[in-house]
Design a protein around this ligand. Sequence first.
Ligand code: ADP
Length: 467
Amino acid sequence: MKKLSIRLKITLWFSVVLILVVALTYLVILSVSGQIIQKTIRDNLIQTVESNVDEVEYYSFADMAGLTSDVDYYVRYGDGYIEIDDDFLDQVNGVYTSLCSSDGDLIYGENPIILETAGLEFTDSQVQRITVNGTLYYVFDRKPETEGLQELWLRGVVSEHQGDAEMTDISRYSLILLPSLVIFAIIGGYLIAGRMLRPLRQMADTAAQIRQGDDLKKRIELGEGNDELHRLSEQFNEMFARLETSFHTQQQFVSDASHELRTPVAVINAQCELTLEQERTSEEYEDALRVVWRQGRKMNRMINSMLDFTRLKLQPERYAKESLDLSELTDSVCQDMALIGEKEITLTWEVEPEVYCSGNRELLTRLLSNLISNAYRYGKPGGHIQVSLTSGEDEIMLSVQDDGIGIAAEDLPNIFHRFYQADASRTGSGNGLGLAMVEEIAAFHDGKISVESKPGRGSTFSFQMKK
Ligand code: ADP
């Protein structure tokens, strides 16, 4: 059974059940029709004898004068005659009717088993059974109530084989019809099972193609439909899409990382080569070491940022959300960041009290500190940074405004891309990952980040999220 396909297993199972049901139906049909036919035979026997009773009459000699019919049959009996009408049916549809004396002597009619029924007592209006040479006969007796005939009996007999022809017909038709039905149902079932299981084969084929060709773009195409298999294939397609995205994210990560790390590594190599070319003073060695140290720190920062970013993108479930006081969080981040005091820039903040939201403390802290760091980094000396937190009807808005160098219109669409730096020469310690992370954090909180900026005048970054 192990090697059989599901299609064959289903077909085999319902074929066996169907054959059993059909065989049972056949037996029931035979038994019920047998009973009905036997009852019809008995009813027919009773009906024939009953109608024959009316065809027999007695006439005394005195009454005979007026009788002229020459078609009817007359039998001398007692002080007169028995008149048997020509409608008397002594043999019809296998039913034999005979007129007998109460001793069993035949007066008129036919009885094929007259010897065997001789000993059978006459009982009025009752069907009796007698077996002759293994064949069952039904016997029906009737006592005529007509004057002068009270001593006689009408006896009807019929064999149970009278219904054989009908039974043969029924069994022949059933034997042709029922197996044809079974064959039809099995072929139909096999075809339908194949049709219904086709999506499964398509899914297996698609999975095999993906495995063999590593082509994550492949999808299961089942066409229109809303059954379980269609829903399953949709789930699979969604899974393939997610796999494709995460696979590309990882590929992108590896390629971006190697590309970005190349510069500091090249600087370190060049610095080392240059320094080792000849004997150096200890100050020169110290300078060289500082360059290597700086580049090392830069690489370290970059690797950490990339790891954080990838972790948030691929495993957001690692960051739990809680109900937190965003006012308190903003306040404390601003207090810390105000201490930087870089380029004589002042940081002020206006925070609406008791603004609560559902979020991740670590990520929201990172979002705000990234925006403020950028405002310092790209702010003008002696400038000003303004942070504000406000809460509307059903939205929270957190914004960081600076009066720094601003961003050119053509750079605006790109600044949230990973490793994008509008002007690499101005960035100093940045690595182009800060805003990508900010955007990812905003998405994690089902919020959005927007920017307004005028070159030379300053920029405002705003984070909006639902309460
Ligand atoms: P970086 O590490 O270079 O700051 P980010 O992703 O944080 O990387 O920012 C991407 C680019 O967007 C920056 O290189 C800079 O050109 C621009 N940018 C970001 N914030 C500001 C700002 N407040 N003022 C002007 N330019 C900004």
